[in-house]
Design a protein around this ligand. Structure first.
Ligand code: ZN
Length: 203
């Protein structure tokens, strides 16, 4: 074989490696951006979508672009289940780099605690997936506000059913991605997870 040809090949291989590396970097850029931004980004976004009015104590959904009040949401809001908070909104877990809801567990680690909606609404999803949320319910509250109740043991409601605080919608367990029985409770505004504590307060 012509030694010159071999040299050309190796030289080309080196350049090819750099091109490939640059190409990979460009492809991974959005992913790198998301990883860097999410932790702070999530709180940043949450604070721009919902806020509590210090005077009236009402929750306001904001227009994220100019900060104006899009809609005032009147309570009362209730915790969907009593228990201990095992993971706050925005914290990291083995499943999520940033947690999109609040995890509430039975103090004795038992399953089967009764779940109630945090405010009145209509059930828009009641079913099961083998991953992620597992058996879960999604309730639409109007005004682009929705809540999710995940990792359930049983579901007591159907799609289209109207529910209110005090109604039992299901029982708590660990279906889907969960290490133990707990309720993953999530509130979405415009489909984006926001901190449930804006609605439910400190404890
Ligand atoms: Zn969770």
């Amino acid at each position: 074989m012509n030694p010159f040809l071999i040299m050309t090949f190796f030289s080309f291989k080196k350049e090819f490696f750099y091109v490939l590396l640059a190409f990979l970097l460009v492809i991974l850029m959005p992913l790198i951006g998301v990883i860097i931004l999410t932790r702070t980004g999530l709180d940043f976004v949450s604070e721009r979508l919902v806020a509590i009015n210090e005077v009236t104590n009402e929750v306001q959904i904001l227009n994220p672009f100019d900060g104006s009040v899009y809609k005032t949401i009147k309570g009362p809001f209730v915790w969907p289940v009593t228990g201990i908070i095992t993971l706050e909104f925005g914290e990291s877990s083995r499943w999520q780099l940033f947690h999109t809801g609040i995890d509430i567990a039975n103090p004795e680690g038992k399953k089967g605690d009764l779940i109630t909606p945090f405010m009145p609404g209509t059930v828009v999803y009641a079913g099961q997936i083998s991953w992620g949320f597992g058996k879960h319910i999604i309730i639409d509250h109007g005004d682009n506000l929705a809540s999710i109740y995940a990792h359930l043991e049983t579901i007591w409601v159907e799609v289209g059913q109207e529910v209110k605080p005090g109604d039992v919608i299901g029982t708590e367990d660990s279906t889907g991605w969960a290490t133990g029985p707990h309720l993953h409770f999530q509130i979405n505004v415009f489909g984006i997870p926001v901190n449930p504590r804006v609605f439910l307060g400190g404890s």
